[in-house]
Design a protein around this ligand. Structure first.
Ligand code: PLP
Length: 393
């Protein structure tokens, strides 16, 4: 079956008892045993398994081309479970510009538990090779990355991982399986924040791990899910599955709109730099074109601040750059000033300040102060461009 058909049908059966075409939501926390004490219907207790979760997991495994999936209460809970499936003393290689929540999990939580991490520029494969140690067990990939939309060659990094006896895990939140299939490129597992494009409507928090093989490693993640209990509710699973039904069409529109916005910004005199892998001058354009079917809905832009990039204030921050970016964010009318991505409405955010929100001193972000990140929604692209044009004036 083709992707669009899978998105509509995977994990879905007409309810045999009622004929309902839409799945029922099962809030039940417990399930009846048979007279002989067995559970022939397959469910025991809702933390361990629930019909809505099963449906979502089957759908996600099928969309990514994996053998099995475990759904979680958030993308971060899914990420946490992947790292918890390793052992203290193990070593992880992760990108320097990994999602800031993932960096915090590694640096501030799992480092205390004995997990070691080396952060590298993953667009440079030599740096990945050099970071490998005898105890390296996992290489984490995120592509396109956040917020600079750097592109990592998934097949080449997976190859380095496998030659080193490590697994390659790819955070596929930004591309989604509609645009990029990391398991086919050689990754062993895929992680998602279903909070973003898969849910697609900014109304549900969730995460998932999809594994190419239902092997011992994945079984451990499954155990962490059911025993650790960071599980999504039945309704949350239902919402994500409902969102997935339109995923292929939404991703096409997000990509088309983002390409139009990026092309507009690329020509604008108030713009210092645009980051969109669909632009020919983007350094990762060729790799993105080879491993993604379209370039996605995320665009970052640096606003021209009439100073050279070295213009820092007393705290070492680029105050002029921050002001220039904040002014544009303040003037938009159609875009909403908010973090996150993947919903129907376009969002814009000053990324450096949100990454520094509540952060441990000394771990401030390297994201440029004049950078705005945009999640391009499903509005008409001309309306979005008009809004940005008046904000940049
Ligand atoms: C949002 C996000 C996460 C974390 O997901 P939550 O559901 O917010 O915990 C992880 N990775 C990427 C790339 C994300 O965008």
């Amino acid at each position: 079956m083709r992707f669009e058909t899978l998105a509509v049908h995977a994990g879905h059966d007409i309810d045999p008892s009622t004929g309902a075409v839409t799945p029922a939501i099962h809030p039940s926390t417990t399930f009846e045993r048979d007279e002989d004490g067995s559970y022939t219907k397959g469910y025991v207790y809702a933390r361990v398994g629930n019909p809505n979760r099963t449906a979502l997991e089957e759908c996600l495994a099928s969309l990514e081309g994996g053998a099995s999936c475990a759904a979680f209460a958030s993308g971060s809970a899914a990420t946490m479970a992947v790292f918890q499936s390793l052992s203290p003393g193990d070593h992880v290689v992760a990108p320097k510009d990994v999602y800031h929540g993932t960096a915090q999990i590694l640096t501030n939580i799992l480092a205390l538990w004995g997990l070691e991490t080396t952060f590298v520029d993953m667009t440079d494969l030599a740096q990945v090779e050099q970071a490998i140690r005898p105890n390296t067990r996992l290489i984490w990939v995120e592509t396109p990355s956040n917020p600079l939309l750097k592109i990592t060659d998934v097949a080449k990094v997976a190859d380095i991982a496998h030659r080193s006896g490590a697994v390659c895990v790819c955070d596929n939140t930004w591309a989604t399986p509609a645009l990029q299939r990391p398991l086919e490129l050689g990754a062993d597992m895929v992680v998602h924040a279903t909070t973003k494009y898969l849910g697609g409507h900014s109304d549900v928090t969730g995460g998932a791990v999809v594994a190419k093989e239902d092997d011992g490693h994945f079984q451990k993640i499954h155990l962490i899910q059911g025993t650790g209990g960071a599980i999504p509710s039945a309704f949350d699973c239902w919402l994500v599955l409902r969102g997935i039904r339109t995923l292929p069409y939404r991703m096409r529109a997000h990509s088309e709109n983002a390409a139009a916005v990026a092309a507009f910004l690329d020509r604008h005199p108030s713009v210092e730099a645009v980051y969109y892998p669909g632009l020919r001058e983007h350094p990762g354009h060729a790799t993105a074109a080879s491993q993604m079917s379209l370039f996605g809905g995320m665009v970052s832009v640096q606003i021209y601040a009439g100073r050279d990039a070295a213009g820092k204030d007393a705290a070492g921050r680029d105050a002029a750059g921050r002001d220039a970016a904040m002014k544009v964010a303040a003037k938009v009318k159609l875009f909403t000033r908010a973090t996150s991505l993947g919903g129907t409405g376009s969002l814009i955010e000053h990324r450096a300040s949100v990454e520094n929100y509540g952060v441990v001193p000394g771990q401030e972000t390297g994201t440029p102060e004049n950078l705005l990140r945009m999640s391009i929604g499903l509005e008409h692209p001309d309306d979005l461009i008009q809004d940005l044009a008046q904000a940049l004036e």
